[in-house]
Design a protein around this ligand. Structure first.
Ligand SMILES: C=CC1=C(C)c2cc3[nH]c(cc4nc(cc5[nH]c(cc1n2)c(C)c5CCC(=O)O)C(CCC(=O)O)=C4C)c(C)c3C=C
Ligand code: FE2
Ligand code: FE2
Length: 338
C-alpha cells in the first residue's frame, strides 16, 4: 500500500458546444461530434460520406441560427452552467481535490484538460461524465476519449470511471426540488423527455436479441442495467412516485432524433397529440440533461411551444435543468467520495 495521502483529481465531462455560434464553429463542432463512431455507428466510409457530405453541410447553417438564439453574454449555457458546477464542487471537496471540467467535443478538450491534470501528479483520478443514464454515444464516448489519452502516460495513476447514476438519491432529490416550483395539478399532462438514441445503439447493449424483447419499461436487471431506455424509464418511475404522479398523467418520450429509427415515442409527436386531445398546459422534465442547453431551452422551450400552440395548446413549461443546484453538487460530491 502507498502511504502517501496524495491529492485526487476529478474530471467532470460534459458533451460540448461550438466555440461560438458562427457557421464555421458550428460546422467544426458538428463534424467532430458526428464523426465519432460511437455517435454515428456505421462503417467508416459510409459515416464519412453521410456526415461530411450530407448532414454537416446542410445542418451547420440551420444549427448556427439556433445557436445564435441560445447564446448569451456568458456564452453557451452548457458551458457556463458546467463551469459553475465545477467551481461549487471544488469548494465542497476542498484542497485535497482538484476539480477540472472538459467537454467531449470542442473546448476545453479532454486531451488539453488531462495534460493540465497530468502536471498535478494526482494519486488518483475520478472521471465523472455529466450524463446520469449511460449511453455509448455520451458516457461511453467520453470515457473512451479519456482512456485514449491516459493510456499513453508513463505514470498511470488510479483511475475510477463513473458510468451512470440514474437513480442516485441526491440526483432525484435535486429534480424533485426543481419541480417544487410548479403546482403539478395545474398541468393537463407531464412529459419526461429524454435525449433520443438510434434503436440500433440500444440493442447493442445485449449479447443476444433486442431491447424490445425485454422488460425495459418496467425494470432494471443485471442484463439491461446499461440499456439507456431501461435507465430512462427507471429515473422516471422514481420521480413519478416521489411526485405522486399517476401513470395515466405522464409520458416518457425521446427528443432530438436525426432519423426515424430512434427510440419512440418522439417528444414532438407526443406534444402534438396531447394538444389535439385538448391539453392546454404541459409540464416537461428533461432528466437526461444536467445543464440547460440547446436541446432544452430551444427544442423544448421554443419549438415544442410552437407545435403545441399550432395544435390548440397554450403553454409548454420546461422544468429547469439541474444547472448549479446545490443538491446536484452534493450528488457529485457523494459520487466522488463514494
Ligand atoms: C444524454 C446525452 C446525450 C446523448 C445520449 C446524445 C446522443 C446523440 N446526439 C446526437 C446529435 C446531436 N446532439 C446535439 C446536441 C446535444 N446533445 C446532447 C446530449 C446528448 N446527445 C446535448 C447536451 C446537446 C446540446 C449541446 C449544446 O451545445 O447545447 C446536436 C447539436 C445540435 C443540433 O444541431 O441539433 C446534434 C447534431 C446524436 C446523433 C446522438 C446519438 C446517436
Ligand atoms: Fe445529442
Ligand atoms: Fe433495453
Amino acid at each position: 500500500m502507498n502511504s502517501v495521502k496524495g491529492k485526487t483529481g476529478v474530471l467532470l465531462v460534459n458533451l460540448g458546444t461550438p466555440d461560438s455560434p458562427s457557421v464555421s464553429h458550428v460546422r467544426s463542432y458538428l463534424s467532430q461530434f458526428l464523426n465519432d463512431p460511437r455517435v454515428i455507428d456505421i462503417p467508416w466510409l459510409a459515416r464519412k460520406m453521410l456526415v461530411n457530405l450530407i448532414i454537416v453541410p446542410f445542418r451547420a447553417p440551420k444549427s448556427a441560427k439556433i445557436y445564435k438564439q441560445l447564446w448569451t453574454e456568458d456564452g453557451s449555457p452548457l458551458i457556463f452552467h458546467s463551469n459553475k458546477v465545477k467551481e461549487l464542487l471544488q469548494h465542497e471537496l476542498g484542497s485535497e481535490y482538484g476539480v477540472h471540467l472538459a467537454m467531449r467535443y470542442k473546448n476545453p478538450s479532454i486531451p488539453d484538460v488531462l495534460t493540465e491534470m497530468q502536471k498535478e501528479n494526482y494519486k488518483k483520478i475520478v472521471v465523472l461524465p455529466m450524463f446520469p443514464q449511460y449511453a455509448s454515444a455520451s458516457t461511453g464516448s467520453a470515457i473512451q476519449e479519456v482512456m485514449d489519452v491516459i493510456r499513453k502516460w508513463w505514470v498511470i495513476p488510479e483511475v475510477r470511471f463513473i458510468s451512470q447514476y440514474y437513480d442516485h438519491p441526491k440526483f432525484i432529490d435535486a429534480i424533485i426540488d426543481r419541480a417544487s416550483k410548479y403546482n403539478l395539478k395545474d398541468y393537463d399532462h407531464i412529459l419526461f423527455s429524454y435525449h433520443g438514441l438510434p434503436v440500433r445503439q440500444v440493442d447493442k447493449v445485449y449479447d443476444n436479441g433486442l431491447c424490445e424483447d425485454r422488460d425495459c419499461e418496467e425494470t432494471v436487471t443485471d442484463e439491461n442495467q446499461y440499456c439507456y431506455k431501461a435507465t430512462c424509464f427507471a429515473t422516471t418511475r422514481i420521480l413519478a412516485e416521489r411526485l405522486g404522479i399517476e401513470e395515466k398523467d405522464y409520458t416518457v418520450c425521446f427528443q432530438s432524433r436525426l432519423d426515424k429509427n430512434w427510440l419512440e415515442p418522439f417528444s414532438d409527436k407526443v406534444v402534438e397529440e396531447k394538444a389535439k386531445e385538448g391539453a392546454k398546459k404541459l409540464l416537461v422534465f428533461s432528466p437526461a440533461f444536467t445543464a440547460d442547453c440547446l436541446e432544452t431551452i430551444i427544442e423544448i422551450g421554443d419549438e415544442y411551444q410552437e407545435i403545441f400552440e399550432e395544435n390548440g395548446g397554450e403553454k409548454v413549461q420546461l422544468v429547469e435543468s439541474l444547472n448549479d443546484h446545490p443538491l446536484w453538487v452534493e450528488c457529485l460530491k457523494e459520487i466522488v467520495l463514494g
